[in-house]
Every structure is written in C-alpha cells, then in structure tokens.
Design a protein around this ligand. Structure first.
Ligand SMILES: Nc1nc2c(ncn2[C@@H]2O[C@H](COP(=O)(O)OP(=O)(O)OP(=O)(O)O)[C@@H](O)[C@H]2O)c(=O)[nH]1
Ligand SMILES: [Mg+2]
Length: 345
C-alpha cells in the first residue's frame, strides 16, 4: 500500500474509532436518565418514579456518542469516592451534573474532583416546570438558583442550563445541546450533532451537511479499498460498505420502516429507502446507480484505462449512492420535524 493510502486509512480509522463520551452524575431522582432520553429523543435510559433507579452504571451507545448514566452519586449504592477509584474520569470528554431543587453538597464535591483533574463539567437544573416562588418571576427564581450554584461552587464561571426533561414536555434541550457542544472540539461536536435528536430546522440542515461529508469519507474509503461494483472484483465487500453507510445515514436522520411508511413520499422513494435496508435491496440500487454513472462517463473503457480509473469510478459510485440516500432520508426527517414543531406550538 502506498504511503498516501496508508495514511488516509489510518486517519479514517481514527475518526471512526473515537466516540464522544459524556458522563451524567447527580442526586437520585434529579433526572439524569430523563435528560439523556430527552437528548436522544428515545427511551434509551431507564427512568423511575422511586429514587435510586439507576443502580449500576448504564452505558448507552447512541450513534457515535456514549452516554454514561451514573447511579445517584453520594448514596449508599454509589459512595462518593468510588467513582474516582473505580472509573477513570479522564476517559470522558465531558461531565454533566443534573440537579433539581438545590445543588447538593455531593455535587459540589464531585465537581471539585473533576476540576482538580482538569475535566470540563456543565450544570443542568432540571424540573424547571416545577419552579415556583411566591412573588417572583421565573427569571428571578432562575437568577437566585444561578447565584446559589455560583456561591456553592465558589466560582461564577460555570455553564448552567435550565431544562425540563419529563415525558414529551421538554424545554431547554436545544440550548443544552449548544452548552454540551461548546465544550467539545470540532470532530466531537460533529459526532454529537449527528447522533442526537433533531431539535430545529437548522439542526437538520447541519445533519445533512455532515451526512454528505460522511458519504464523501466513505467514498474515499471505498476507493482506497478498491471497491468497484462494475468490475465486480468483490461484490460482497462493495455491498457491505454501502450497507454500513446507509445504516449510518438512517441513524443520523432517525429513519426506520415506521416513519418511512408514515411519510408522504412517493411510493418509489419509499421503496428506495426500504431497499437500502437490506443487502439484496442495495444490490438492486447499485445496479441502477452504476448504469446512470456509466451512461454519462467513459466507464465502458475502464478495462483499458486501468487502475486509476477504477479507483475514480468506485469513488463516484459510492458518493452518488450515498448522496441520493441522504436526500431521501432528509425528506422523511424534515416531515417528521415539522410535525414535531407543530405539536409543540
Ligand atoms: N416535573 C418533572 N419531573 C421530572 C422531570 N424530569 C424527570 N422527572 C421525573 O423525576 C423522576 C426521576 O427521573 P430519573 O430520570 O429516573 O432520575 P435519575 O436522576 O436518573 O434517578 P436515579 O437513576 O435514581 O439516580 C421520574 O419520575 C421523572 O419522571 C422534569 O423535568 N419535570
Ligand atoms: Mg437514572
């Protein structure tokens, strides 16, 4: 393998391997699990009516993000010092402290431990829907909470976001996403944006741009690995690359059989999206993409032109197959988002 190829392979492997790791801590019942669910837009973490629901560390893989749902901190089940001896806090990119009511002393201690180790931590005041102080506006109540937190932590340089995470009546999640990504480097930020539930039209557009970027990366990967459905060197590998790419695209836009079925897309587009869910279906899609590309290029001369053209064509096919799929998935996601936003207003 040439130096360039090896380098590219290594670079891609590194991007793929590194997941974003976010750990949630806070008092039992504060709403850590609910917050993770609100961010993901799915019931990925167990929520309880009684406290101490999350008794063990729950690890939730969601796209390229790993949410670590720690049990209520400072309880008998999870003594204060255990975390720093049992787990390596350095492996996490970010910590999120969730509290309801007042910040607990145990939260402050945990924060100080993180601070000592140079780990970023943001604060989430959950259950904003329950904030009510006689004679005060919500803004005034929030300001007192903010001051109280700053006093306890001994610094006003904190990121604090107010949210409600219960059931379907979420608020502040979009702003929370912004707080979380503000603490990350560019690559991790992209992964986070792609994984979490779409909150706004701008978010959906960001996802589309990132999905196209991902497709272009897959196309390069395919090319350096010698993919070429036309020459049929190894059709099984070709299909697998596209299969994985389609799966990733669907994950970014949260596409499944259910929302494809519900959408107002044409039957042709719906079938196309569904075909992309199986290797047999992808074989059919690929044939048509290949024919389209072949029709407008000098593909028929490939055996004569040789290796460089082979790489070029492999690249083009994957790119086109990916971009088409992104467009169709985007349409379904857009319809769903507009419905969501209508419901909220
Ligand atoms: N009113 C209100 N209740 C909430 C909100 N978020 C969560 N809850 C409720 O608070 C309770 C505890 O939520 P969980 O998400 O299980 O809390 P947790 O921090 O994961 O709890 P442990 O796993 O026991 O540490 C549940 O009954 C939730 O429905 C909110 O924003 N407002
Ligand atoms: Mg929990």
């Amino acid at each position: 393998m040439t130096g360039y190829k090896a380098e590219l392979r290594e670079k891609i492997a590194k991007i793929v391997q590194e997941k974003v790791k976010i750990a949630f801590f806070g008092q039992p019942g504060a709403g850590k699990s609910s917050t993770i669910n609100a961010i993901c837009g799915a019931e990925v973490a167990k929520v309880g009516v009684t406290t101490d629901t999350t008794r063990d560390v729950q690890i939730i893989k969601y796209g390229e993000v790993i949410f670590v749902d720690l049990p209520g901190y400072g309880t008998s089940r999870f003594p204060q010092n255990e975390f720093f001896t049992k787990f390596n806090p350095l492996q996490y990119d970010l910590f999120v402290c969730v509290f309801a009511g007042k910040l607990h002393e145990a939260d402050t201690k945990f924060f100080q431990e993180l601070n000592k180790r140079g780990k970023p931590c943001i604060f989430v005041r959950n259950k904003t829907d329950e904030i009510y102080d006689e004679g005060k506006t919500l803004e005034q109540s929030q300001e007192s909470i903010r001051q109280d937190v700053a006093r306890q932590l001994g610094t006003s340089e904190i990121v604090l976001q107010f949210i409600s995470a219960r059931g379907d009546m979420h608020s502040g999640i979009e702003a929370l996403n912004a707080c979380i990504t503000s603490k990350m480097g560019a690559a991790r930020k992209e992964k986070y944006i792609m994984a979490v539930k779409t909150q706004t039209k701008e978010h959906l557009q960001q996802k589309r741009a990132l999905a196209i970027k991902y497709v272009s990366r897959s196309a390069k990967f395919a090319a350096v690995n010698g993919l070429n459905p036309i020459l049929g060197v190894d059709f099984a590998i070709d299909i697998t690359i596209i299969y994985n790419m389609y799966e990733e695209i669907r994950q970014i836009f949260a596409i499944d059989e259910k929302n494809v079925g519900k959408s107002t897309l044409t039957t042709g587009l719906k079938n196309y999206l569904l075909k992309g869910m199986s290797k047999e279906g992808i074989a059919i899609i690929l044939k048509s993409v290949t024919q389209k590309i072949a029709a407008r290029s000098m593909l028929k001369y490939i055996p004569l032109v040789g290796q460089a053209a082979t790489v070029y064509v492999g690249h083009k096919i994957v790119e086109k197959a990916g971009e088409d799929y992104v467009r169709a998935c985007y349409q379904v996601a857009e319809e769903e988002l507009l419905d969501d936003l209508k419901l909220q207003n």
